[in-house]
Design a protein around this ligand. Structure first.
Ligand code: UDP
Length: 419
């Protein structure tokens, strides 16, 4: 039932220039015991959002290490994605109801997808990503007494700081049958989770993906900005992410409204789109567009699975400040991606964002409206400091949030689970 995603090849030796030879050699050593091991990553969508972004690079890099890694996506339909998005919202603390019908739909689709694994279950390691895929293992076992061969890992990417109890209580028995659970921060470990060994491992970005690597010349940047109606001669604040209520696009419009009192020239560019498993994005985009009316020089850009390269690169290269005003955020790849491009970043001090920014050194982690306005206006006024922080941000990402570190962490977990 699941569908395999085919990715482009990647070679780890290309990363030597970014992380050094020692790091690559260490990875190859760590991977030796897992030569030809069959590893399955399974998530809800191949298009849009952070998990797909990571797997598109991570799976081929695992293959380059000699591991037989595959990426599959669950098959689903609108009713399943409606339920899983509501679960995502409930688990991040939104007050939404969890009905018996929703539970039934979630179980049905997890069972259908589990059928595939009952006939192809000879994986040495399975990594099931997020609540969407959390039911597979238990349902496999319940339905046909499936003999589990290798360890199963549940990888949770969302912000579990304050889940709505109904949702977590429903999900918990499904998660508890796993051998391990990975969260982006130790603060997300659920206190009542019994069974899986918990690991705290932040996600990471691929420094060599086109999005993170491509450098445009000034003429190309200029042309793209003009094509989207943005004035290249005036500063702009930039935000890119899925159109999702948790990303608080309207909140950043409120901030902009105050910033432009001091900087009447400044523009705001909001870019984003949806994901294959996110039914809320289009309505969120429409709400944001309506909210922006009459509030200054705001440009709102939509792409079905988000704004892509080279446009994304052009906006990052030309932005004066990049912002990410999330209410909850499991990690937020967009922050590390912007820092990697040396952009000065101002972001909410929440969830996984907080660990990506050294406040005052490599950007600002802020909370109140006042702090937001102060941080942005400071960076607009002090370009040298902004550049210094952008440089510091890039170094922090190099040390902690690159995909080579993530590979290392997974290989160490495989080692632990094999013992
Ligand atoms: N993204 C993109 N274009 C867009 C919006 C998002 O390429 O218009 C990408 C973004 O660069 C990042 C991913 O989608 O790689 C979003 O991951 P993140 O962890 O920030 O948030 P999520 O969508 O998973 O909540």
């Amino acid at each position: 039932m699941t569908e395999r995603v085919i990715t482009d090849e990647r070679s780890l030796s290309d990363y030597t220039a970014v992380v050094g030879e020692e790091c690559i050699e260490e990875l190859r050593l760590l991977a030796e015991p897992f030569n030809k091991a069959k590893v399955l990553h399974i998530n809800a969508t191949a298009a849009g959002g952070g998990v797909a972004e990571i797997l598109r690079s991570f799976v081929p890099l695992m293959c380059d290490l000699g591991i037989n890694a595959e990426w599959h996506v669950l098959r689903g339909a609108d009713e399943f994605y409606e339920v899983t998005k509501t679960m995502h919202n409930g688990l991040q603390g939104m007050q939404v109801p969890l009905t018996p019908d929703m539970k039934k739909i979630w179980v049905e689709y997890n069972s259908l997808n589990a059928d595939f694994l009952s006939t192809n279950g000879d994986y040495d390691f399975v990594v099931a990503h997020d609540p969407q895929a959390a039911g597979l293992l238990k349902l496999l076992r319940d339905s046909n007494g499936h003999r589990k061969i290798g360890p199963w890992i549940w990888r949770c990417h969302i912000d579990l700081t304050a889940p709505q109890p109904d949702f977590w209580e429903f999900l918990r028995p499904y998660v508890e049958v796993h051998d391990a659970a990975i969260f982006s921060k130790s603060e997300y470990f659920p206190k009542d989770l019994r069974g899986p060994q918990c690991f705290d491992i932040p996600p990471a970005i691929d420094p060599l993906s086109v999005k993170n690597h491509l450098l445009l010349d000034d003429g190309e940047v200029h042309n793209i900005l003009v094509r989207y109606g943005v004035d290249p001669d005036r500063p702009f604040i930039f935000k890119v992410s899925r159109f999702d209520p948790w990303k608080d696009f309207c909140g950043i419009i409120d901030v902009y409204d105050l910033v432009r009192k001091e900087f009447p020239d400044v523009q705001l560019v909001l870019a984003g789109g949806g994901a294959g498993d996110d039914p809320e994005a289009w309505s969120c985009y429409q709400q944001v567009s309506a909210y922006a009316k009459g509030k200054g020089d705001i440009h709102i850009l939509w792409g079905d699975n988000g704004i892509v390269s080279p446009e994304l690169n052009a906006f990052h290269q030309a932005a004066s400040v990049v912002v990410q005003k999330s209410i909850r955020e499991g990690f937020g790849l967009v922050v590390s991606e912007a820092l990697w491009k040396r952009c000065p970043v101002v972001a909410s001090d929440v969830g996984g964002i907080s660990i990506q920014i050294a406040h005052g050194e490599s950007g600002y982690n802020v909370g109140s409206l006042n702090e937001w306005v102060e941080a942005i206006t400071y960076l607009l006024r002090n370009k040298e400091d902004a550049a210094r922080m952008g440089n510091a941000g890039k170094e922090l990402v190099r040390q902690r949030f690159l995909i080579t570190r993530l590979l290392q962490d997974y290989l160490k977990i495989f080692q632990t689970l094999s013992n």
